[in-house]
Structures are given as structure tokens and as C-alpha cells.
Write a protein that binds this ligand. Structure first.
Ligand code: SOE
Length: 391
């Protein structure tokens, strides 16, 4: 076994907690080439970060992420902070020779994402690795969906149908948290959850969106200012209001080349939908359907089955032969949301130890950013808009 991989993390809210859970678990689930050590947690408030470090299992804490750059007992920086600081932290970390895991979306703009890709490729020469955290790629049923499409099980792809539906801001009294401010989050439903379905559909189909036609809507245009900026559920102070500067919902049509067409919808106003991530791919020989709220299952319809037996089959993705599942429980014993982050941590640690490039790379995440940018421009102009190609 090689030297431990000493991790530092920036941010400790929902995503920070999910990533911490993965760093705590990964050593105990997988026989890793390098054991993970949870070295130091960074956050802006000294008292809050101290409490979070104790709760989440970090050995030390700091209120200044820049100190991480100079420490030679930190090998990897995991960025779980809001989007407006991704580029600055990632570029500085890579320049300091630290591997980087950065939450999605990679950045708040294409320009930032491009400079992150440049920093990652400069660092790559000295064995420094960078990865973006699109965790849903690591749901076993999603990985199986990709394999089955690549193996031709549904034939030639015709339709991609994807939606990501949540409802956590349906109440107009819900406060103006950072995810509702463009200068911090970059965009609203588009970058937060739309980015996931863009990445997922590109991942499972092996195709890129080439052209989009979009609309966005902001239903609640001003909200009470939060009494603290601590997290997504911070209570509002209804005496003072601020403007919502991002989209509440986005819908778009897309082309994915060779006649493949797609529909996409992302909203945080789908009352009753808590984390409804749905992807359906129709091909010339069949259909595959994934629904996150039943994340251990994959629905498969095959025209190759005898006519009298055709119908949707529910594949329970818990066999040891299914992607990622051999590390977990006997067949039929289900896994959950947090496992996707453990799989992500595993894949990253293994790639670093083997000197391989982890995926999704910063370049893959830039490609998603180019789609988000085309969608935003299309919504502004009400016109079909080409996704820029990266040379
Ligand atoms: C909030 O909408 C959020 O936490 C996203 O930011 C995550 O990426 C998604 O997995 C769950 O919802």
C-alpha cells in the first residue's frame, strides 16, 4: 500500500457533509491502493468550521483555505464551496501541486471553466489530477445504463428525455439563499440541477448536445433575506427582501447529433417532487429508464424479446456483477444517495494511485458548462443556439 492520500475540504454544508461521509467510509468499504486521511476542513467562520470538523470527522480545521496551499501534509483539495469561488481555489490548488475534486457545476462561466481546464492540463504534467463531482454518474443503475447503451441493447438512439424536479423553493417566503443569487451561484435550476441531467445524458449516450432552444422563468422575483448565510434552509428575515437573480425553472429542446433529439426540464418548483431525476432513452430496439427516487432499479424494454413477452422489465441493480455493487451488500440489499459519493471518492483515489486521469475531467465539465451557456443565451434570445465547440 502506498502513502496515505491526505485530503482537505473547503465547505461543510450539504455537499460538504455528503463528501465527508464518503471520505470517512471509502477506506472501510474498498481495499484502496492508498488509505485516505481526512486532514483538514476549511470554512469561512472559525466557530462554525470547528464544530463542523468535529461532527464530520476532520482532524483539523482552518478559516482560511489559502493556508492549505502551503501545507505539505495536504495532497488533495475537495471544493464543496459555492460556485463563485471554484475557479480561484481550484487554480491555486493545482498550481500548488494539489489534486482537486470540484463540485458541479465546474464554474459560474465558460471563461472560468476554461481557465480551470488550462490549470488542470498544466498540472497534469507533474502527475496532479483534477476531477469534477457529477456524482450521479456513480449510481450503479446509471453506470449499467451506459454499458447497455454502448453494448447496443437499445439500438440506435432516437430520443433523450430528461428532467430534474425539486420543490424546495416553492414557498415564496423561503429566503434568498446563495443558490438564488447569480453572482454566487452563476445560475439557478439550470446550473444546480440542469447540469446534472446534461452530464448524465451525455455520459450514458456518449453524445454531446450540439444545439438547444430554451426558455427560463423566475416565478418568485424577490424573497426575504436570510438571517444567516449558513445553508439552504437558513430562515428568512421577512422585514427585508432581495431580488432573485437566477432562473427558477428551465426547459429546453436539444439536438445531440445524427438525428438524436432531446427534451430537458429542470425546476425547483415541481410541488411534491423532492429529488426527481428522470432519464429515459428510446432507441430503435428498446428503451432504458432511470428514476433517482428508485435508484436501485433500471427499467428495460426490448423489442428483441419475443412479442408475447415484451414489456418493461425492472432490473434490480444489486448483483455483485453490477457496477460498484461487489463492494456492498448481498443481492437485493439496497444502496442510497450517499453511496454515489463513496464511489466517486473510490474512483478518484484509484485514478490518482494508478497515475490515470479521473473522469469526469475538468474538460468534460467545461463541455457541460458550454451547454449551460448555450441554454442561457437561447433563453435570452428565444432562438435555437449552437453549443460552442472546444478546439
Ligand atoms: C440542490 O438543488 C441539490 O443539493 C444540488 O445542488 C445537488 O447537486 C443535487 O444532488 C441535490 O440537490
Amino acid at each position: 500500500m502506498s502513502e496515505p492520500l491526505r485530503v482537505a475540504m473547503v465547505g461543510y454544508a450539504f455537499m460538504g457533509a455528503a463528501h465527508s461521509q464518503a471520505w470517512r467510509t471509502v477506506n472501510h468499504v474498498y481495499d484502496l491502493p492508498a488509505p485516505v486521511r481526512m486532514q483538514v476542513l476549511s470554512g469561512r467562520s472559525a466557530t462554525a468550521v470547528a464544530a463542523a470538523a468535529g461532527r464530520l470527522g476532520w482532524a483539523e480545521h482552518t478559516d482560511d483555505w489559502r493556508t492549505l496551499l502551503k501545507r505539505d501534509d495536504v495532497d488533495l483539495i475537495d471544493i464543496c464551496a459555492p460556485g463563485d469561488v471554484h475557479a480561484e481555489i481550484a487554480i491555486a490548488a493545482l498550481a500548488a501541486g494539489k489534486h482537486v475534486l470540484c463540485e458541479k457545476p465546474l464554474a459560474n462561466s465558460v471563461a472560468e471553466a476554461r481557465s480551470m481546464v488550462a490549470a488542470a492540463s498544466a498540472a497534469q504534467a507533474s502527475g496532479v489530477r483534477a476531477m469534477c463531482g457529477f456524482n450521479y454518474r456513480r449510481v450503479p443503475a446509471v453506470a449499467l445504463m451506459r454499458q447497455m447503451i454502448a453494448d447496443g441493447k437499445i439500438g440506435t438512439i432516437r430520443h433523450v428525455r430528461a428532467s430534474y424536479l425539486q420543490d424546495w423553493i416553492v414557498d415564496p417566503e423561503f429566503p434568498l439563499v446563495w443558490r438564488l443569487r447569480k453572482e454566487v451561484a452563476g445560475s439557478g435550476a439550470l446550473g444546480d440541477i440542469g447540469a446534472h441531467i446534461v452530464d448524465l445524458t451525455q455520459f450514458v449516450t456518449g453524445r454531446h448536445l450540439t444545439e438547444v432552444c430554451a426558455l427560463t422563468e423566475t416565478f418568485v422575483k424577490s424573497r426575504p433575506l436570510p438571517s444567516s448565510s449558513a445553508g439552504l434552509s437558513a430562515a428568512g428575515d421577512s422585514s427585508a427582501f432581495g431580488a432573485v437573480t437566477v432562473d427558477d425553472a428551465v426547459l429546453f429542446l436539444a439536438r445531440l447529433g445524427d438525428g438524436v433529439v432531446g427534451t430537458y426540464e429542470a425546476t425547483r418548483f415541481a410541488t411534491g417532487r423532492k429529488n426527481g431525476l428522470h432519464v429515459e432513452i428510446n432507441g430503435s430496439l428498446g428503451t432504458l429508464v432511470f428514476d433517482f427516487e428508485r435508484m436501485n432499479e433500471l427499467q428495460f424494454y426490448s423489442l428483441e424479446a419475443p412479442a408475447e413477452q415484451q414489456g418493461f422489465t425492472r432490473i434490480l441493480v444489486t448483483e455483485p456483477t453490477h457496477p460498484y455493487m461487489s463492494a456492498w451488500w448481498p443481492p437485493g440489499h439496497l444502496i442510497g444517495y450517499e453511496h454515489t459519493f463513496t464511489h466517486q471518492a473510490h474512483d478518484l483515489v484509484r485514478a490518482i494511485a494508478e497515475g490515470a486521469d479521473p473522469t469526469p475531467s475538468f474538460a468534460d465539465a467545461l463541455q457541460v458548462q458550454l451547454v449551460l451557456d448555450a441554454v442561457a443565451r437561447s433563453a435570452e434570445t428565444s432562438a435555437w443556439t449552437r453549443v460552442e465547440e472546444e478546439s
